[in-house]
Design a protein around this ligand. Structure first.
Ligand code: TEU
Length: 573
């Protein structure tokens, strides 16, 4: 157990501390291997804490390291109270917490409680219809008039995210269980109060161990719509996404907050909420309601789809993207709080997706995207490798993909008659595998990630793009992230300033102000690979403003070079 130090426990978490914090996400499998098995691990993370301290971030979000069969790389947990041997041991985790706290870094655990693994003891007990744990999951009979186990007999037509059906047949009991993600990830029944108490108890155990908060996986799915909770045969099943935000979501979140003492202990809480709206986020993050600090919206990362399917590619225009972020800024301006992210372990690399990863523009586009994101109001999230501009990988054939989502999509789409080429094009644009190539630490073999054979090949551009090279270059993406993080820490206008979007319809320039008291911060960013004339007449007159940060040495006051951005601060006298 971590001892009480001034840098750990509630005393280290003053009210609202997370409002000026920057979070760094670690996907352990791909971060740093310490034992040569080709998979990143906890001692590897501990060995890189000085690097994170140098970057200047405040919080580590650790993607799951719990015991898991790894069907979905740890998002399928078989024991919440232990560490998977692949990643180390509880002792290693205690050491990570202590070493992180000693550097002023906090640790936020991933909490995956919408579902467990099918290997969790709770689910194994639930397989027995006489067990009181039967009701801890969703067991349902076959569709009326159908022979259990035959094609089309599933209780409804809902597909799983990573499998053809959300229902898995159990021949022993001739019933089906619900797994919205995959058969290896059965959904927990939050209607059952014992389930909820077991989860809260587990969360309290982690808090006592010294963690500073939780990132909650698909937390808006914990309350299921009535047709699933009633136990009656399901009529007219709704589309998959509508399973989000069931009627008891707010009640469950408030109960969790109370029972675990989330707000009482100023723990950081971030709810991942695919498919949820601003209105839901307003309720969840309103401090008066004591639910969560902030949510991850998916709206801005679904603007390059034509439909609910991420694989139906659409071109994304800058005004559409700016408008979406602005919608959330205005919507959460007075109560509530935003999270700010472009990258995570489920998304392709931001510089390849929203920027220009060609050798000519990679550095400036990575810097400019970061500038824009970090200077919105909210808590910014940095995903491993983003801080030095890691790009998508050259994944060109199905054999290059390892992710359960990618493989399922490929199998189903090809079987459904979609041309292989088109499937590969979608995967190359949106596959989660891009985020999961090992972190490129230096230009040595396997980029310094492992002494063995990496579980997923390192992006071949590592000799050019790596943390070591970036750290030594004062004009690197890394140096720019350091400056953005410092700006957030030292300027109240960055933390709390009121947001206003400017030049809303401009196709190239992303411009906005942040205002607090007598200070105005102006961000002007050219989000394109060609020069942009600044419509000065349409911007506030910031005479005498100080240039706080820029990607280029300013050459021409009224023109921005490709992917050039400027941050100006004016203090009224
Ligand atoms: O992701 C939630 C989620 O909705 C994903 O299915 C997401 O839509 C998809 O990855 C986008 O391509 C969370 C985790 O972040 C993800 O890694 C897990 O696979 C998923 O939950 C199940 O736990």
């Amino acid at each position: 157990m971590t001892a009480e130090h001034p840098w750990s426990g509630p005393a280290s978490r003053p009210d609202g501390w997370w409002r000026s914090a920057v979070v760094y996400q670690i996907y352990p499998r791909s971060f740093q291997d310490s034992d040569g098995d080709g998979v990143g691990d906890i001692p590897g993370i501990t060995s890189r804490l000085d690097y994170l301290a140098e970057l200047g971030v405040d919080v580590i979000w650790l993607s799951p390291v719990y015991r898991s069969p790894q069907v979905d790389n740890g998002y399928d947990i078989s024991d919440y109270l232990d560490i998977d041997p692949l990643f180390g041991s509880l002792d290693h985790l205690d050491e990570l917490i202590t070493e992180a706290h000693a550097r002023g870094l906090k640790l936020m655990m991933d909490l995956v409680v919408n579902h467990t693994s099918d290997q969790h003891l709770w689910f194994i007990a639930s397989r027995n219809p006489d067990s009181f744990k039967r009701d801890w999951y969703f067991w349902r009979r076959a569709r009326p008039g159908h022979e259990p186990g035959t094609s089309g007999a599933e209780p409804d037509d809902r597909p799983a995210a990573f499998a053809p059906s959300a229902w898995t047949y159990d021949p022993a009991t001739r019933e089906y269980y619900l797994g919205i993600f995959s058969p290896g990830q059965p959904d927990l029944n939050w209607e059952n109060p014992e389930v909820r108490q077991a989860i809260y108890e587990m969360m309290r155990w982690w808090v006592a161990r010294g963690v500073d908060g939780f990132r909650m996986d698909v937390i808006n799915l914990i309350s299921k719509p009535g047709e699933l909770t009633s136990g009656a045969p399901i009529q007219d099943p709704p589309a998959c996404r509508q399973i989000a935000t069931g009627p008891r979501l707010h009640e469950f979140l408030a109960e969790m907050n109370r029972e675990v003492g989330l707000d009482e202990q100023n723990l950081i809480t971030v709810g991942e909420m695919p498919g949820s709206t601003l209105e839901v986020a307003q309720r969840v993050t309103d401090p008066a309601r004591h639910e969560l600090n902030m949510v991850f919206t998916f709206e801005h990362v679904e603007l390059d789809n034509t439909s609910a399917s991420k694989w139906d590619l659409a071109e994304l225009s800058l005004p559409t993207l700016k408008d979406n972020l602005a919608h959330w800024q205005y919507g959460l301006a007075d109560a509530g709080w935003n999270s700010l992210y472009l990258d995570n372990h489920d998304q392709p690399r931001a510089v390849s997706r929203f920027g220009d990863d060609s050798p000519e523009h990679r550095v400036n586009s990575a810097k400019t995207l970061a500038t824009v994101l970090h200077l919105h109001k909210g808590t910014p999230f940095v995903y491993q490798g983003e801080e030095f501009g890691m790009t998508n990988a050259p994944l060109t054939e199905i054999g290059h993909y390892l992710d359960v989502e990618s493989l399922n999509y490929h199998a189903l789409a090809v079987a459904g008659g979609t041309a292989e080429e088109q499937v590969l094009r979608s995967l190359a644009r949106k596959g989660r595998d891009h985020a999961r190539t090992p972190v490129q630490w230096d230009d040595s073999r396997h980029a310094g990630f492992t002494a063995g054979t990496p579980w997923m090949p390192v992006n071949p551009n590592y000799s050019e793009i790596n943390a070591d090279a970036a750290r030594r270059d004062p004009r690197s993406v890394f140096a720019h992230f350091q400056q953005l993080i410092r700006l957030r820490h030292t300027n109240e206008v960055v933390q709390e300033g009121r947001f206003e979007l400017l030049l809303r319809n401009h196709e190239q320039i992303w411009a906005f102000t942040r205002t607090l008291g007598d200070q105005t911060l102006l961000v002007v960013a050219n989000c394109s690979s060609i020069p942009a004339e600044i419509p000065l007449a349409s911007l506030p007159d910031l005479d005498g403003a100080e240039l706080m940060l820029g990607t280029h040495a300013p050459a021409n006051a009224s023109v921005l070079g490709p992917w050039e951005s400027r941050v100006l601060l004016q203090t009224a006298h």
